[in-house]
Design a protein around this ligand. Structure first.
Ligand SMILES: Cc1cc2nc3c(=O)[nH]c(=O)nc-3n(C[C@H](O)[C@H](O)[C@H](O)COP(=O)(O)O)c2cc1C
Length: 165
């Protein structure tokens, strides 16, 4: 089975979750940023697990990243703005016929999230939902992740691998 975890991560929380999910899926499963997950890298994937942070009640868009760039002096940690937004990555995702699952990192009370948009993008490219989306919780605007979220991510990865059998 070719499984790939794809993430966008500005402060590292979603990247850490993506790596734990990939570990749970099994040895050799890569966790790639939206900059690394080229059309060639995802071609022929049987399972795509895709996640992003929630910013402004939504999946990150180019506009959101511009706004973070403009306001970057406000943040304690410097934002990594080198990756395409999840929205633009999904818009360029070539058609595939594998299964998919979506996840997001967020603070606990957000009224809206990112996974509906991510699932819609994956479905538009032909990927069929394997499992319900998952949320991983951070303690504040730029993290850190709540304790246990990485264990939860690894366990979810293992469940996804099992569901693919
Ligand atoms: C500018 C900004 C806007 C945010 N907006 C939301 C939001 O609307 N809902 C939410 O649940 N979390 C929100 N968060 C929290 C982020 O989703 C959370 O910190 C996320 O884990 C960051 O992921 P990253 O470290 O992978 O970039 C926001 C954080 C920032 C800095």
């Amino acid at each position: 089975m070719k499984a790939i975890v794809v993430y966008e991560s500005i402060w590292g929380n979603t990247a850490a979750v993506a790596k734990a999910i990939a570990q749970g899926i099994g040895t050799g499963t890569p966790a790639l940023s939206t900059a690394e997950a080229s059309a060639e890298a995802v071609a022929g994937a049987d399972l795509l697990v895709v996640g992003s942070p929630v910013f402004a009640f939504s999946m990150p868009r180019d506009m959101t990243l511009k706004s973070i760039e403009t306001n970057k002096a406000r943040y304690k940690k410097a934002p990594d703005l080198s990756q395409p937004s999840m929205s633009s990555w999904l818009a360029k995702l070539p058609r595939g016929n594998g299964r998919a699952a979506a996840f997001e990192t967020r603070i606990w009370w957000s009224p809206r999230g990112a996974t509906t948009d991510i699932e819609n993008g994956l479905a538009r490219a032909g990927y069929k939902r394997l499992a319900k989306p998952q949320r991983f919780i951070v303690e504040g605007g730029e993290g850190p992740l709540r304790e246990c979220e990485l264990d939860k991510a690894k366990a979810w990865g293992a469940e996804l691998a099992q569901a693919m059998k």
